[in-house]
Each structure stands twice: as structure tokens, then as C-alpha cells.
Design a protein around this ligand. Structure first.
Ligand code: DOR
Length: 442
């Protein structure tokens, strides 16, 4: 019997499960981490070893909220372009949202996405099942899925589940995780009327205001407490929601924040126009500060990008015809590591928010930690050099980023998915395929 082929990463600065750094080697085989140590013995170093000298080894990013547009909206993005963007950005696993065409609201649609990803995705994948007012049974039975997505607001069509009497039965039945987009649709609609005729995109943050977000978060929290139902609050955008959770966050509730809600605010509309338009909208600089504090204090558990690409042509329309959403998987890690280098947080904290805590929150086995027995989803990042975000280098099909020109450190040099090198200093191995994630909640 031939031995399983092994791969060594040599002389890297390795993040340990204790949140410290060890200078050493990692031995990988059969898609798993086999050994981690200061100087692992091998039958001599081989040419296939990865030289980690000067680089930091982190667990691969797990992005728990993305919109990858396949099937049905492939003119914006597809699973090949999106997963290449992931590999370049150090994202080795993603959880994708159900607002594709057809909607992911049945087992059939979920199975179709899983099959597409198995053929096309360079990184690991999981897909949410979307709640409609009518698919209770699908929500309970669909498999495998990280959970149920409820759009309480900011959505059209069957995925809009905006009234308490249709939201409550979803919380009442079953026990799998419910992830909410928390904006109060009734308030948004009322304010749309009040601001009708305004075409400056900055009005978006006034229409979908802080209160709209707070009211929906309050309702989700109320129902989660009533049924002791596992709740995850997606892309928290306001300080008032963070303060609410600081006071009242049951142990079965988690929350996430996006890099854009930490690093951009309403001033961005003047600089980048509708590229800054998303749901929930960007807020004031004071909100950036409160969200940062909530993240540092553990009130917010992890980071997601809400990668939501739209074409430049679509973004060039006039508000309110401009679509909401911005890409993010390629820039989230360097953005956060640049903040760490600037002293706002630490590198181990970033790895926790972007990988370890996500694996824990979604009960994804064997991910998010660099230790023997864990999956070899690993990234070697360069924390010494800075490079700007350049549109010409982006892999996302939409071809733009709200962070263009930002000079960032922490770019991945090498991205390893299941023990295979998917990305190496600008080159992709497009033969690599990720695997379907499993979740402990099913
Ligand atoms: O800005 C957003 N765009 N927020 C969402 O929740 C949906 C997303 C999209 O799919 O474009």
C-alpha cells in the first residue's frame, strides 16, 4: 500500500489554538492536518514543500454570508468566479444565501446548488434554505443546510417574510438555526413614501434607518426567547442594536458584522456613490465605533462579508433604481488584518471572528483551528507588505470593490483547501474542488 501523499508547510508563523504563534512546520495528508511542530522530521525537504518563511499561517476564513448569484443571475457572479475570489481572499468555506433564481426554498433547489458547487467551487460550501410564508416543511427537513434564512425586510417576492404572524410559526417549529436579515419592512415602505422623489443615494440610509433595523432585531430576539430558538442576527449595522444585545443576549443568540459596517459610513456615498448602497445601509461614523467596541467585547461574535455583487451598469443607474449590495470576499481578510496591524485588534482576534467562532457558531466540524485532526483549510498571509486593492486584479465577476485604492496588508500568498493548493501567489489551481460542509444542527 502506498502511503498517503503528504505536504509540508515549512518555517511559517503558525497561529496555535491557544491564540499564540509558533514558528514551525505543518504536515498535511488526506486533506487533514497531521502534525504541527517546531521542526517536523521528513525524508528531507522536498520541492513540493510550501515555504512559509516570513508568512503567517491562519485557519482558512469561513464567510457565513454571501450571495453568489448562481443559478439565475450569473451575469453578476457565478460559483466559479465567486470561489476564485474566495481563494484569493483566503476564504476556504462559504455559506450562501437563498435569493437566487429559482429561490433556494425547497430541497430540490438546495440539491441543485450543492451539485453545481461540487462541479464548480474551488472552496467548501453550504447553502441556506430561504423561508417563505408557505414552506414550513422544507424549512424543517431540508438537508444539509446551515439554517433557515428569513428576510424580515429589504426583499421582494416570496422570500419577504415580514409580519409577526408569519415569522412566529417558523420560530415555533423545528430547532435548526434561524438567521435573520433584520429590517422592518413596514417602516421602510412608509419612509419610502415620505422620501419619494429623492434621487441622491445618500437618502438610502435615511429611508432604511436605524429604527427600521432595531425594530426587526427586537422582534427576532423576542421570538427567539419565547421559543428558546437558536437565532443568528446577520450583518448588524447599528449601535442601538449592539447596545440592545449587550444588555440582552441569550446564550443561544449570535450576531455578525461586515467589514463595511465597521470601516465605511455615510461619508462613502460622496466618494463612491451607489457602490456604497447596501442593505442594511451604511450608518454614521459613531455607529462604526460602537460596532467595533461590541465586536471587541464579544457582543458581536463573527464577521461576514454579505458579498452581493451587482454590475457597474446597474450601479450607474439613478436611485432608487440602483441595486443594494457590494462584493467582499476578496478584501475582507486583508481589511481586518490591516486593522490588526494598525492596533485596533489583534491577528488572533481576526482569525477567531473570521474562522474559529464561525465554525463554532454553525457547528461545522473540524474547521477553524490549526491542530492535528482538523481539516487542512489553511492560509499563508503576508503581514509585512502592503498592496492596494486594484480592480484589475479582482476575480469577482462584477469587477469592482468599494475599497478600491485602499492599501492593505495581510493578503493571502497561499490558500489551501482540504489539503490542496487552490491559490498560490496570483495563480489558481482551477482543478481543486471544495466539499459540502456539514452542520451539527441537523
Ligand atoms: O445589500 C444587500 N444586497 N443586502 C442583502 O441582504 C441582499 C443583497 C443582494 O442579494 O443583492
Amino acid at each position: 500500500m502506498s502511503a498517503i501523499p503528504v505536504l509540508y508547510i515549512r518555517r511559517a508563523r503558525i497561529l496555535t489554538p491557544e491564540g499564540e504563534f509558533l514558528l514551525g512546520d505543518v504536515k498535511i495528508g488526506g486533506g487533514k492536518i497531521l502534525e504541527v511542530g517546531p521542526e517536523l522530521a521528513a525524508a528531507g525537504e522536498s520541492e513540493t514543500d510550501i515555504d512559509g518563511e516570513g508568512l503567517t499561517l491562519l485557519p482558512g476564513v469561513i464567510d457565513p454570508q454571501v450571495h453568489f448569484r448562481e443559478p439565475g443571475l450569473e451575469y453578476k457572479e457565478d460559483l466559479s468566479t465567486a470561489s476564485r475570489a474566495c481563494a484569493r481572499g483566503g476564504v476556504t468555506s462559504f455559506l450562501e444565501m437563498p435569493n437566487t433564481k429559482p429561490l433556494t426554498n425547497t430541497q430540490e433547489a438546495l440539491t441543485d446548488k450543492l451539485e453545481r458547487a461540487s462541479r464548480k467551487s474551488l472552496v467548501n460550501y453550504g447553502f441556506f434554505i430561504g423561508a417563505t410564508p408557505e414552506n414550513q416543511l422544507d424549512l424543517i427537513e431540508a438537508n444539509p443546510t446551515p439554517g433557515i434564512k428569513i428576510f424580515m425586510g429589504s426583499m421582494r417576492g416570496p422570500l419577504l417574510v415580514d409580519r409577526e404572524e408569519i415569522i412566529e410559526p417558523i420560530f415555533a417549529r423545528g430547532d435548526r438555526l434561524i438567521a435573520v436579515h433584520a429590517e422592518n419592512q413596514a417602516r421602510i415602505e412608509q419612509r419610502r413614501k415620505e422620501f419619494a422623489g429623492r434621487t441622491d443615494v445618500a437618502v438610502h440610509s435615511q429611508i432604511q434607518d436605524e429604527r427600521a433595523a432595531l425594530e426587526a432585531t427586537q422582534l427576532a430576539l423576542k421570538l427567539s426567547k419565547k421559543y428558546r430558538r437558536r437565532l443568528h442576527i446577520l450583518h448588524l449595522s447599528t449601535g442601538i442594536e449592539a447596545e440592545l444585545l449587550r444588555e440582552d443576549k441569550p446564550e443561544w443568540v449570535t450576531a455578525e458584522v461586515t467589514p463595511q459596517h465597521l470601516l465605511l459610513n455615510i461619508a462613502a456615498y460622496e466618494k463612491i456613490g451607489a457602490k456604497a448602497q447596501m442593505n442594511p445601509p451604511l450608518r454614521s461614523p459613531e455607529n462604526n465605533d460602537i460596532l467595533w467596541k461590541a465586536l471587541l467585547d464579544g457582543v458581536i461574535d463573527f464577521i461576514a462579508t454579505d458579498h452581493a455583487p451587482h454590475t457597474l451598469e446597474e450601479k450607474a443607474k439613478t436611485y432608487p433604481d440602483t441595486p443594494s449590495g457590494m462584493p467582499g470576499v476578496e478584501t475582507s481578510l486583508p481589511l481586518m488584518l490591516t486593522q490588526a496591524k494598525a492596533g485596533r485588534c489583534s491577528v488572533p482576534q481576526v482569525a477567531n471572528w473570521m474562522s474559529t467562532a464561525v465554525a463554532k457558531g454553525y457547528q461545522i466540524p473540524n474547521k477553524g483551528v490549526i491542530a492535528p485532526g482538523y481539516d487542512a483549510d489553511l492560509i499563508l498571509v503576508d503581514l509585512e507588505n502592503y498592496r492596494p486593492v486594484l480592480a484589475s486584479e479582482l476575480q469577482t465577476k462584477c469587477g469592482w470593490s468599494p475599497f478600491e485604492g485602499w492599501n492593505l496588508t495581510g493578503w493571502p500568498a497561499v490558500t489551501i483547501v482540504g489539503g490542496q493548493i487552490a491559490y498560490d501567489r496570483g495563480q489558481f489551481n482551477t482543478e481543486v474542488r471544495g466539499k459540502a460542509l456539514s452542520f451539527g444542527n441537523v
